[in-house]
Design a binder for this molecule. Structure first.
Ligand code: MG
Ligand code: MG
Length: 254
């Protein structure tokens, strides 16, 4: 069941999402060759707690980390561990936080030092596809207009759009209805309404769209071993269109 949010609820989601944004910024500044994933996770947890928020992922469904840290061919859900980043890697960082019982959720893929031009292109295209998906968040549009915009843009570069993992509604639960696929047919799906809050999160592979889950039951990898990028924002749909809640600066919900 899709639950639309009142303005005071969106203000709480905004508080959580802003802290997620700031956490990702802080983590991004610390992504460099030689850094251990577990250390990034520890920094993020301390940072979120210092802001008076609660890490949103830790313990949820049994996940052990504050961040999902997914390098290179790992798409999402990487457990922070002793892995040390190397020059030329990419690292997808997914973060959630809770404020007053409401979640924020966002992700970025960061380069580790200098990266190949081909991989840089994958990051740019994935980030742009997120913006194109968000631009579809207009009241009166259809839900699958979002995925359609993401899919057509990314596939025009020959990239693979992951099917098994999707975006989602967000509120008092991290994952609420509706599911928000990164693919779809334009003009189909539920009508988007003011008050709907969504986490939109293209997961885009340099090669094939197919993925598999590792033996730890968490980490999702590309089937062909090629890199994957993940950008996510928490967005509120208003009568004037989308407002990105997981950003810095001021929004109408501050
Ligand atoms: Mg996320
Ligand atoms: Mg999400």
């Amino acid at each position: 069941m899709i639950r639309l949010k009142a303005e005071d609820e969106i203000r709480k989601i905004r508080k959580a999402a802003k802290i997620v944004f700031e956490t990702l910024q802080m983590v991004g500044e610390n992504v460099r060759p030689g850094v251990k994933l577990g250390d990034l996770d520890e920094m993020a947890e301390k940072f979120i707690l210092s802001k008076g928020a609660i890490p949103g992922f830790k313990g949820l469904y049994g996940f052990p980390g504050t961040l999902c840290l997914s390098p290179n061919d790992m798409v999402v859900h990487g457990i922070p561990n002793g892995h040390v980043l190397q020059e030329g890697d990419i690292l997808s960082v997914d973060c959630g936080a809770i404020v007053d019982g409401y979640y924020g959720d966002a992700a970025r893929t960061f380069p580790v030092g200098e990266i190949d031009d081909e991989i840089r292109k994958l990051l740019e295209v994935t980030q742009t596809s997120l913006e194109k998906g968000i631009a579809e968040c207009q009241p009166g549009n259809h839900l699958y207009d979002i995925g359609h915009a993401i899919q057509t843009y990314c596939e025009s570069f020959g990239y693979g759009v992951v099917r098994e993992l999707v975006g989602h509604g967000i509120g008092t639960k991290l994952h609420e209805d509706p599911q928000v696929p990164n693919y779809g047919v334009q003009g189909t799906g539920p009508i988007l309404k003011t008050g709907l809050c969504l986490a939109i999160e293209p997961m885009i592979n340099a090669g094939v769209k197919d993925v598999y889950t590792a033996k730890d039951g968490w980490a999702v990898h590309t089937q062909d071993g090629k890199p994957s990028a993940h950008f996510e924002n928490t967005v509120a749909i208003t009568e004037n269109g989308p407002v990105v809640l997981s950003q810095g600066g001021e929004t109408i919900f501050d």
